[in-house]
Write a protein that binds this ligand. Structure first.
Ligand code: ZN
Length: 235
């Protein structure tokens, strides 16, 4: 992990995290986590911003233990980094982490298209086509959160056609991590996945052209990866 920046929010000030959060009466660890999660995903809190416990206690009018519980929950979701003796920071995945996630995705997803190209789950390709249709409609209806979720589902559903549950579990975790990294760095409402790319991959798989599908998948994952470091470098 790269060194977290102190407070990287626009108009950074000692109150940056306080002003980004809206306290409600009767806050508990769950509602505080939800509040901070929304502030991070809506970019009111930037990657690397410091989350000061004392400030959060004041904003939510709760004791330190409740704030710590909320921060621990967010750390479990990789949205927050807890640094010993330094405190809590909004996660700021490094370029190395992005590269590692995509390196493993490439390995797994090339196996996926190769297996499907050889006949695994070929009969179920229609359900993938329906998912891409939903992606397109979500984009056209400007339902961006559904679009981002469905982009990830395309990759997970394709993997499920291999019938290998361990592979599916690994890939689901990596897709969730990629989506989170995109959410941290990219403009709100943008998916780094293109459904046109997904359509092309499916069109290659349909007649069983595994080699072409593998080339397209490798290119797609490279494109998605390159969008993320570009944004990460600019913060
Ligand atoms: Zn994709």
């Amino acid at each position: 992990m790269s060194d977290p920046k102190p407070i990287a929010a626009p108009n950074a000030s000692s109150n940056a995290s306080a002003s980004a959060l809206s306290a409600a009466a009767g806050a508990n660890a769950e509602s505080i986590a939800e509040n901070i999660r929304a502030a991070i995903l809506e970019h009111r809190l930037a990657p690397g911003a410091k989350l000061t416990e004392a400030q959060l206690c004041e904003v939510f009018a709760v004791k330190r233990g409740t704030v710590r519980q909320a921060l621990a929950q967010l750390a479990g979701e990789r949205l927050v980094d807890l640094e010993p003796n330094r405190g809590a920071f909004v996660a700021s995945p490094s370029l190395q982490e992005v590269q590692e996630v995509f390196e493993v995705r490439r390995i797994i997803e090339l196996v996926v298209v190769e297996r499907i190209g050889k006949g695994h789950g070929m009969r179920r390709l229609k359900s993938i086509s329906a998912t891409i249709g939903r992606e397109r409609r979500a984009f056209e209806n400007r339902d961006f959160s559904a679009w981002i979720r469905l982009s990830g589902e395309f990759h997970a559903e394709l993997a499920s056609l291999t019938g290998n549950t361990v592979l599916c579990e690994c890939l689901s975790g990596l897709v969730a991590r990629s989506t989170l990294i995109s959410a941290l760095y990219e403009s709100l409402g943008k998916s780094s996945c293109s459904f046109e790319d997904h359509e092309e991959i499916l069109a290659a798989l349909d007649p069983g052209d595994a080699a072409k599908a593998a080339t397209l998948m490798a290119q797609h994952l490279r494109d998605v990866e390159l969008k993320i470091p570009h944004a990460a470098r600019s913060i």
